[in-house]
Design a protein around this ligand. Structure first.
Ligand code: AMP
Length: 249
């Protein structure tokens, strides 16, 4: 059973991004880029399936600029077997990515595709769902536990106020939540080994996918600055301010 894991190269989660002065987006020139954290969890889960003898091969795929090779190598250092780079300098929106991954899945025929639940740069939370719809496959999003056996996936999902467990027939789509697992650190020997693993590069045109954007960003703005706090003299003062100024009680 092959497992396919789409991994996105995003601004590292430790970087505080700055909005461009003209409000057209955020400035990502010279900032550290890393694998989307939810995708690291997805790679870890796929590698665990392989280590448990359930998956036979873990393939990672990334769509974007040439630098995504680095992201694919990181995934291979965690334990993925090979990588596919869909190279494009275009602004790839979720629908375009879903179509590109579909083209790869049609060729590779994975039984499970594990996406991150969302990319921390655009926060879209759309690609896995769109891919499942394009394939007509069942999907379990926000997974905190995945068990695969007898041609079925049993997935526990984090929902408001509790957990929900679903069963679905393979092939299927899973998207990862934060508590699914704790990804391992790539060790130096594994980083070295990853350099020799196969990495294929294709272009959207080779896959016959039109990646033209469907969405237009009108404006990006910084969140409003927080007002400075005030010290209250006593409880009576606090209650009075909550009542008369904040008007919350
Ligand atoms: P999003 O819908 O943008 O929040 O992304 C959800 C998930 O889709 C990510 O966690 C990745 O698993 C996958 N994904 C999104 N964009 C890409 C991309 N350019 N290349 C590979 N995978 C992607």
């Amino acid at each position: 059973m092959k497992v396919l894991v789409p991994v996105k190269r995003v601004v590292d989660y430790n970087v505080k991004v700055r909005v461009k002065s003209d409000g057209t987006g955020v400035d990502i020139a010279n900032v550290k880029m890393s694998m989307n954290p939810f995708d690291e969890i997805a790679v870890e889960e796929a590698v665990r399936l392989k280590e448990a003898g359930i998956a036979s091969e873990v393939i990672v795929v990334s769509a974007g600029v040439a630098g995504c090779q680095e992201t694919l190598r990181t995934a291979m250092a965690i334990g993925a077997d090979r990588g596919i780079l869909i190279e494009s300098d275009a602004d790839l929106q979720p629908l375009a990515v879903a179509k590109l991954i579909k083209a790869v899945a049609d060729k590779e025929q994975p039984q499970v595709v594990i996406f991150g639940k969302q990319a921390i740069d655009d926060d879209s939370n759309q690609t896995g769902q769109m891919f499942a719809a394009l394939q007509g496959w069942p999907q379990a999003t926000f997974a905190s536990k995945v068990v695969i056996a007898d041609g079925k996936a049993t997935v526990t999902r984090e929902v408001d106020g509790g957990l929900e467990t679903l069963e679905m027939a393979l092939p299927a789509v899973v998207t990862t939540d934060l508590r699914l697992n704790e990804p391992r650190y790539a060790t130096l020997p594994n980083i070295m080994k990853a350099k020799k693993k196969p990495l294929e590069t294709v272009k959207p045109e080779d896959l016959g996918v039109d990646v033209a954007p469907r969405l237009k960003t009108l404006k990006v703005a910084e969140p409003a600055k927080r007002q400075a706090g005030v010290k209250v003299a006593d409880v009576a003062d606090l209650v009075s301010k909550l009542k008369n100024e904040a008007k919350v009680i």
